[in-house]
Design a protein around this ligand. Structure first.
Ligand SMILES: [Zn+2]
Length: 547
């Protein structure tokens, strides 16, 4: 039983009873106390460790919506619009046009030895290209006509395939009549595939299979490195099919002494009956360990706004695009919520469009009438277009929200000009309204959709600046303290882990983000630039990888 006391430039505890401290004492991986040195020495013999004396400690950041898959994606070709840093700290430049994307994929193609090997890219974001030009199979045929070529969009909800990949997946035929598979003038698919049903055959063919989606071992380790670099000590995997072999792997890897992260994977509700999904969630919950928290469920109700696959209420998309897709039938939602409430399983539901949010609120209201439950914390993920009335309903129903603030920077201009238009773009991810309505909330990256970095997500909620410099909704901006609460206790609350993590106080896990500057002293516009040194996770110290 060793006690270590760390002096720091400042300890931001997020504990409302004692928000500031100069020292924190750690024993057995937990916080013994935060206060002055004199107060903490009262606990008896201790070692004084001064390595953080000039650092600022805050509670380990909690990424409430990310996908472990990002770790594995870095072995494929990054084709996103914005520059991005990989798990080892290397910066990759963005691709500004379809020609750039094709060039980059061709480079990768030339390096392949196996003549049958596929070429796989990720992060494609055509909404930023001149004229919003979409990629088609002919573009990707310039990479190869003999290999399958598949490129996942930044949203994760759309995939582009070349002619060979469509052929191999069985999609290259006339007469397909499916909203998820748009056709070109020749009556054949354009190569854009929307939603899991259309994408899965291509995914499987090019090796983006269950192992990758569930996070394979190398991917999980790479993902943890990204987390350390971002000050994150708990991250969700939202969501995973969680097959038994992946769970076994995750238990082993997260159980290693040198593994720096607590992972909270949510079981994806897809392809099972509600009964099967809830049974499986309960089985998984029983396997939970300190660094692998199982037993929660994720449902996806609609698609993405910038992919025009989200379900919007009247008047729909600003540019007149047809309404999006339902990913889960309303009867399935109702059955899942009823069963989950009855069995005490926490459910998070992806709703991007406000029609999806409305439907889910209706279904949860009905389910709660049948199975009244206190403190269920059912959470809406993204919930980007919810209006004030919907936030009031969430509050009344005891729900939480996790808002996608990173959208302001990455797609805010597109939302203003193209997808939802000026008024709804200024209310997107309405953090101030959530606060006013009393809905517990967090903000997130949805990595790999945008880079995992809670301080950046907090910066987005505070400043609401788009990449062109437009401020999108001054009235929905929140202050830095509220934004820091969102990325610590806020996210912990959505996971029902706020009794254990999210603040630095006696009895909680010794999880700290170790910062080189003070986020509360920084200018609000500089919050994203606060350098992260690394983390302390369960009392163990991890410095970020750098290049
Ligand atoms: Zn997601």
């Amino acid at each position: 039983m060793t006690t270590t006391i760390y002096p720091a430039r400042r300890v931001i505890t997020m504990n409302p009873s004692r928000p500031d401290a100069t020292h924190v004492a750690v024993r057995d991986g937990r916080v013994l106390g935060a206060g002055s040195l004199a107060e903490l020495t009262g606990w008896g013999p201790h070692a004084l460790d001064a390595r953080f004396a000039d650092k600022v400690l805050m509670p380990g950041l909690v990424e409430g919506h990310s996908h472990v898959m990002e770790g594995a994606l870095w072995r494929y070709v990054y084709t996103g619009f914005h520059d991005r840093t990989d798990p080892d700290g290397r910066r990759w430049p963005g691709a500004a046009s379809i020609a750039d994307v094709v060039d980059r994929l061709r480079d990768a193609e030339r390096r392949l030895d196996d003549p049958g090997a596929p070429v796989v890219g990720w992060g494609l974001d055509p909404i930023h290209f001149a004229g919003g030009r979409r990629c088609n199979r002919h573009d990707l045929d310039a990479v190869s006509t003999t290999r399958p070529v598949a490129v996942m969009h930044a949203s994760g909800h759309i995939l582009n395939a070349n002619t060979r990949a469509l052929e191999r997946a069985g999609w290259l035929r006339a007469g397909i009549d499916h909203p998820a598979i748009p056709l070109g003038e020749d009556g054949l698919p354009t190569g854009e595939l929307k939603g899991p049903e259309a994408m899965t055959p291509v995914f499987l063919d090019v090796g983006l299979d269950r192992a990758v989606l569930a996070g394979d071992e190398a991917g999980l380790r790479a993902f943890a490195k990204l987390c350390v670099r971002a000050g994150v000590t708990t991250a969700t995997d939202l969501a995973s099919p969680l097959p038994p072999d992946a769970v076994t792997m995750m238990l082993a890897v997260t159980g290693e002494d040198a593994f720096p992260l607590r992972v909270v994977p949510l079981l994806r509700f897809l392809g099972q009956t509600p009964e099967q999904a809830i049974e499986r969630a309960l089985e998984l919950r029983a396997l939970s360990t300190e660094r692998l928290r199982l037993g929660r469920v994720k449902i996806v109700a609609d698609g993405s706004i910038q992919g025009f696959s989200a379900r919007l209420r009247w008047p729909g998309y600003y540019n007149g695009a047809p309404n999006g897709l339902w990913y889960t039938a309303p009867e399935q939602l109702r059955a899942m919520y009823r069963l989950a409430l009855a069995r005490g399983v926490l459910v998070h539901t992806h709703t991007n469009g406000d029609e999806a949010t409305e439907l889910v609120l209706d279904c949860i209201e009905e389910a709660l009438a049948a199975h009244p439950a206190r403190d269920h914390r059912f959470t809406l993920q993204h919930c980007q277009l919810a209006d004030a009335a919907q936030f009031r309903r969430m509050a009344a129903l005891g729900m939480c929200a996790n808002l996608f603030s990173n959208h302001h920077w990455y797609w805010g201009d597109a939302h203003y000009e193209t997808t939802v238009g000026p008024e709804r773009a200024t209310r997107m991810n309405a953090c101030a309204t959530a606060l006013a309505a009393g809905v517990p909330f967090s903000v997130h990256s949805d990595a790999p959709i945008t880079p995992l970095a809670p301080l950046f997500s907090a910066w987005c909620a505070v400043n609401r600046v788009t990449s062109s410099g437009r401020v999108l909704g001054t009235h929905e901006r929140i202050g830095v303290p509220d934004a820091l609460a969102a990325i610590t206790l806020g996210a912990a609350r959505t996971l029902k882990l706020d009794g254990e993590i999210g603040s630095i106080e006696t009895g909680k896990r010794a999880d700290f983000a170790v910062l080189d500057a003070d986020p509360l002293a920084a200018a609000p516009e500089a919050l994203k630039d606060v350098p992260v040194w690394g983390v302390v996770q369960g009392g163990r110290v991890f410095e970020a990888a750098r290049r």
